[in-house]
Design a protein around this ligand. Structure first.
Ligand code: SAM
Length: 362
């Protein structure tokens, strides 16, 4: 037995409980692999992703919560996202800001982005995430300058989610002070990727691996419920993320977006999404795992439920209101508001970082 899970650890106790229960042999095999820090097999992950029985799901979620507790603690990290441009040169079938969708477009100015980042930092977020469509209007120099200004003025971590850029640019952004980069694989199923995203499968995988090799805290992740996607595909996503050294994962259900080719396609399953969070925590115990806005768009309570399934991050939205409604990557996108989130999480007795300010003390 390795040190990580001593006999006093929550994980050890939970695993013992599972092994002595009437639960299925697969859950028992999963529990014994978790305690030995061995990866789950593809079949086991598929089984867990497909769980519907409430006792078995509770067992999975409790185990994931114990693994989170023993590896990264129970603090929920609040990150602030600024969606600074909804221009995108890509035409992903699922995305409401795809190039060919007729929506009002906006670009925030550099100073406005930095000012918004300072506001977010003053509220107490530990990371400022700059997100946009793939918008070449923002040159390497502009992004680099913004990272430096935000780092200088706030000292907070800067995370980028601006799509595919050249490896040289990744290196420049890292040098300027960005420590995290979110570039979801969306799906490792090449056929589905090429149908919904384009012909950049190899490049995207190469770029994600490049981010890992540049020592970014690299974020991967997928969309749950893409056309033709199976539980095996989702299991492959989780295995892929573990194998290449992903440290954050944005996993969210597909939500249809008006005006896109998938606008009438059904919403992704919230149950599978929650099961996927728990599996990801079991497979990558140290991962930063957001309870995603897409899940909260189906139902706010589901987003909070994700903290029972191994998640430990939430992204709150600091995009100025005049722009936010046009960052419509999918319909009815929930505004995850900072003070509301802090209030809700405090009511649920979730532990927050000491940086976080409540409304009355701000
Ligand atoms: N353009 C950048 C990129 O591709 O990495 C970042 C911005 S993109 C809008 C952020 C994420 O939104 C994507 O990685 C995708 O998973 C998610 N997304 C877009 N449309 C979605 C939809 N209809 N349902 C669920 N997630 C969606």
């Amino acid at each position: 037995m390795l040190e990580r899970y001593s006999q006093d650890s929550l994980t050890f106790k939970k695993v013992e409980e599972i092994l002595n229960s009437n639960l299925s042999d697969t859950l028992k095999s999963v529990a014994s692999k978790v305690i030995k820090e061995r990866p789950l097999s593809r079949d086991e992950i598929v089984y867990l992703l497909g769980l519907r029985d409430s006792a078995e799901r509770k067992c999975l979620f409790d185990l994931a919560s114990c693994v989170r507790h023993d590896n990264v603690g129970d603090t929920i990290f609040i990150k602030g996202i600024i969606e600074f441009s909804n221009y995108c040169k890509r035409d992903c079938l699922y995305c409401g800001i795809r190039a060919s969708n007729k929506i009002p477009r906006y670009r925030m100015k550099e100073e406005e982005i930095v000012k918004t980042a300072i506001e977010a930092a003053n509220c107490g977020v530990d990371t400022v995430i700059l997100q946009s469509g793939e918008d070449p209007f923002y040159t390497t120099e502009m992004i680099e300058r913004m990272i430096r200004k935000i780092r200088e003025t706030t000292r907070r971590s800067v995370s980028l989610s601006i799509g595919e850029r050249d490896p040289e640019e990744f290196a420049i952004f890292k040098e300027a002070g960005a420590s995290k980069y979110l570039l979801k694989q969306e799906t490792v199923n090449k056929k589905i990727f090429e149908m919904v995203h384009g012909d950049d499968y190899e490049r995207r995988i190469f770029l994600i691996k490049t981010l890992v090799s540049l020592k970014y805290i690299t974020g991967g992740g997928d969309i749950i419920g893409l056309p033709g996607q199976t539980l095996e595909d989702i299991a492959d996503d989780i295995i892929f993320m573990r194998e290449i050294g992903i440290k954050m994962a944005g996993i969210g259900p597909f939500i249809p977006a008006r005006g896109t080719p998938l606008e009438n396609y059904p919403v992704g399953s919230a149950e599978i999404t929650l099961n996927a969070y728990a599996c990801t925590r079991l497979m990558i115990p140290l991962i930063q795992l957001p309870a995603t806005t897409a899940l909260g768009t189906i139902d706010k309570n589901l987003q909070y439920r994700a903290f029972d399934a191994g998640c430990n991050v939430i992204m709150v939205n600091f995009t100025p209101d005049i722009y936010r409604s046009n960052y419509r990557i999918y319909d009815n996108k929930r505004k995850v508001e900072f003070y509301e989130t802090v209030r809700d999480l405090s009511k649920m007795n979730r532990r927050l970082t000491t940086l976080v300010k409540t409304q009355s003390s701000s």
